[in-house]
Design a protein. Sequence first.
Length: 252
Amino acid sequence: MRKQFVAGNWKMNKTVHEAYDLAIELITGLRAVRETEVALCPPFVALTAVKSAIANTMIRLGAQNMHDQDRGAFTGEISPVMLAGLADYVILGHSERRQHFGESDAFINRKVLAALRHGLRPILCIGETLEQNERGETEAVLAQQLHAALTGVAAEDATKVVIAYEPVWAIGTGRAATADDAQQRCAFVRAQLRDLFGALAEEMRIQYGGSVTPANAPEILRQPDVDGALVGGASLKADDFIAIVRAAKGNL
């Protein structure tokens, strides 16, 4: 059985001190949770502080992005070498990176391969825009993004990759996909993973992301092909994030 995985993407929020305090608050609220894996993804400047806060707990640490190169003249970037040994996970291909920073599928693929090479577990984000959804292109977009980003990933590394399906039209809008929609899309993603990795697809975890809240999490997270959530805004409020984690399969 796939272990549920809920990750909090704090995006460009929280100072170092605020991040540390939130992590401490979450540790207290999640102490009894054993059936779900939890990761916190603070801004780069707070990674070390949050790592110290969650030391000796079951909570994992994630970064929000990284470059594909190990080092070099890339002002303002963070390399996989810098993250290795500090973070467990790294979010790659988030729609905000694609939209605001022009990240291509090829660049994201290089990041995925670099992360795996340095022992980091990618949380690979894929998803369609509202326009693509309305034109009936969702499955074609998901298949293209998924196959492109996973090109060259070896079978032995496949289960280290977490897929986060995030409909772009639902991110930060308060408009979430229905539980049935989430299941349908995640089942399609799993079918694509079978094409790529065969039976290993049954072991790979697929998260739903996009306006996940304590109100909709129970129904979304009980779907058979939804293995957790990538949580944005709700992860900034301890009570909301704790409620979402507790809604995951095995914690009710």
